[in-house]
Structures are given as C-alpha cells and as structure tokens.
Design a protein around this ligand. Structure first.
Ligand code: ADP
Ligand code: MN
Ligand code: MN
Ligand code: MN
Length: 344
C-alpha cells in the first residue's frame, strides 16, 4: 500500500468569478487510484461563500483526476460542489448542468498576465515600459525578462506530466502577458483541464512571489492589450458535413444569441471588446475569414475544406468559466438543424 496525497480542488462561491480552492487528504491505495476509488469529502462552505455558518457542510464529489507532478504520490482531484445530500449540485456548481458531447472538440487559448508588486512583470515602478510591438512571441531579456519564461516552461512541464492536453505557449502582445492553449474532446473534459491548468499555474507562481492576473483588461483603457480566452470549437457535423448553408445558419444563430453568449463570456468584457486591439465590439456580432477583428474568425482551412472544420469565437475572456462558455456554444449549435436532423 502507498500513501497518496489527494488534493481536492473546487470552485468557490465568489461572484462574478469563482476562486480555486484546494485541500489535501492522505489515503492508502495499492496503486494510483481510479476516479471511482476517490471518496466524497466535505468542507466548510461558510468560508467560501457556499453556505451559512449554521449549516455549513458542503460535499466535494471527484469528477476528474490527474497525477500531481509537483508532489511525491500526489493526485490532483477536480471536484464538483454538492449539497449535503451528496447528489444535488450546489448553486455555484456550474459544471453539473452543462451540455456535453464528446464529439465536440474545444481548444481554449488562455491569456493572462504575470503580476508582481501590483503591476505586470517587467513594468517599471512608475510609468510604462516601451510600447507594445516586440513582446508578442518575443525573445530576449528586454522583451520577456528573466523569470517569466522560467514560470511558463515549468508550467508547461507540469501540465504535460499531469496528462493535461496542453498544446502550446507564446508570449503575448503586452509586456508580462502570456498564453497557453488546451485542447479537449467534450466540453467537460476540455474545461476541467483549463481549470486544472489555471490551478497549476497559480500554485507554481507562489514560490516566485508572482500572481496570475486573469482580469480581461487589467491595465484599463490604455493601449495595452486585454486578455482573452478564444474558444475554438468543432462538432462532428462541422468537421464531416458542414457546408456553406449550414455555416451561414450557424452564424445567424450566433448573431441571434449575442447577449446570451456575452453573458457567460467573462465579466467586464465591454472593457476589452472595444473594436481595438484585435477585438470586435461586444454588442455587435460579426464573422470573417482570417479576421482577428471579428467576433468569430473563420480559418482559411475552413473555407478551403468546403466550410468544414473548426471556428474561433474570439469573444470569451481570460476570466470566463470554460464550462459555461463551451455549454453556450453547444446550445447555440443545437438550435441549428443539420441535414440529418432535418431529414429525421
Ligand atoms: P491563434 O493564436 O492563431 O488564434 P492558436 O494556435 O493559439 O491560434 O490556437 C488554436 C486552437 O485551435 C488550439 O487550441 C487548437 O487546439 C484548436 N483547434 C485546432 N483544431 C481544432 C478543431 N478541429 N476543433 C476545435 N479546436 C481546434
Ligand atoms: Mn493563440
Ligand atoms: Mn493570443
Ligand atoms: Mn486565437
């Protein structure tokens, strides 16, 4: 038997953006446990905005798990928060009720800033560094500093070792701003991995005395880019059947549901989706081929393949909840008849 360190991780009840929380319990297993072997656990919901003090127990239900490469015999356990009965989802549990489809593929591009002493890494104490230009995909101390890349590389290795489907990294447009990409099949699978990758990044940064700033426009109304979490998506039908007519019907559905999408694409998005800095205004839906100033960018490959493949919704922001974002995309897609369903 081996003693495993199980880190139960969940989303708290803070609004509009939940925080990640975690606590450890030690349990013995013959070998790396299966998800089914991980027991329900509890926590004090009155300290996380999830319960009143008088009746404060909430239940943690393991829903996904990964090896924790930062700990000997460590397990990262993604949990849903349940009511004391263990079966009713807590109202803060945004994962329990979302639409899912394992044939729907999601690629999230998570942008974020690294912050120290209340400002982005590399910003001087007063004023600003040289304007944007050389930082995106940049190299060299004057562009990316020294510890940022160390953090980013270490995070990449942690994600890969945990089995998270990390697809890449790049330095972003603003100084101190970075991006990683995660791909998953199914909305829960992709979104669990984004939350876990966020957790690993935040935890890793502790030892560097650095914080991760996920707000979509931390530098306000300036010429510094905001942070997004572009959502690249495709269903089996989009990849295999597609076609111009279906694509246009899909875009009309996205247009019709503009406000429903913006509602779950992350707080303060009006500060970021201004029409500047490679964004489209938040209150007007648009799409365009290879157009980074559109709400939805249509990759060249999509047109070349006969309107088949994936699309990129550029509006979700860096603080958005990937569960709700993926689910909303699937809901809008479900409103558009396919030739199969039309014939059925
Ligand atoms: P860019 O920065 O040019 O917008 P990235 O390379 O950062 O693009 O991200 C592209 C994303 O698209 C990746 O996360 C990748 O996983 C995702 N992706 C690629 N093919 C598909 C697909 N068929 N369905 C869904 N997502 C996809
Ligand atoms: Mn990208
Ligand atoms: Mn980017
Ligand atoms: Mn993108």
């Amino acid at each position: 038997m081996t003693k495993y360190k199980l880190e139960y991780i969940w989303l708290d009840g803070y609004k509009p953006v939940p925080n990640l929380r975690g606590k450890t319990q030690i349990k013995e297993f013959d070998s790396f446990p299966t998800l089914e072997q991980l027991p329900l656990w509890g926590f004090d919901g009155s300290s996380t905005m999830q319960a009143e003090g008088r009746n404060s127990d909430c239940v943690l239900k393991p829903v996904a798990h990964y090896p924790d490469p930062a700990r000997t015999n460590g397990v990262l356990v993604m949990c849903e928060v349940m009511m004391p009965d263990g079966v009713t989802p807590h109202e803060s549990n945004s994962r329990a009720t979302i639409l899912d489809d394992e044939d729907a593929w999601f690629g999230f591009e998570q942008e974020y800033f690294l912050y120290k002493d209340g400002r982005p890494l590399g910003f001087p104490e007063h004023g600003y560094p040289a304007p944007q230009g050389p930082y995106y995909t940049g190299v060299g101390y004057k562009n990316v500093g020294s510890i940022a890349r160390q953090i980013v590389e270490e995070h990449l290795d942690l994600c890969l070792a945990a089995g998270i489907n990390h697809e890449g990294i790049n330095a972003e447009v603003a100084k101190g701003q970075w991006e990683f990409q995660i791909f998953g099949k199914g909305s829960k699978k992709a979104a669990d991995q984004i939350w876990m990758a966020r957790y690993l990044l935040i935890r890793l940064c502790e030892k560097y005395e650095v914080d991760v700033e996920f707000h979509c426009k931390p530098l306000g109304d300036t010429d510094w880019n905001g942070s997004g979490m572009h959502c690249n998506f495709s269903t089996k039908y989009m990849r295999e059947v597609g076609g111009k007519e279906y694509f246009e019907a899909l875009m009309a559905a996205f247009d019709r549901n503009l406000h429903e999408h913006i509602a779950v694409y992350g707080p303060d998005n009006h500060m970021r989706l201004t029409g500047k800095h490679e964004t489209a205004p938040w209150d007007k839906f648009s799409y365009g081929v290879a157009d980074r100033g559109a709400s939805i960018r249509v990759p060249h490959s999509f047109i070349k393949n006969g309107y088949r493949g994936y699309l990129e919704d550029r509006r979700p922001n860096s603080q958005g909840d990937p569960y709700q974002i993926a689910s909303r995309v699937l809901k809008t897609i479900s409103e558009v008849p396919t030739t199969q369903s039309a014939a059925a």
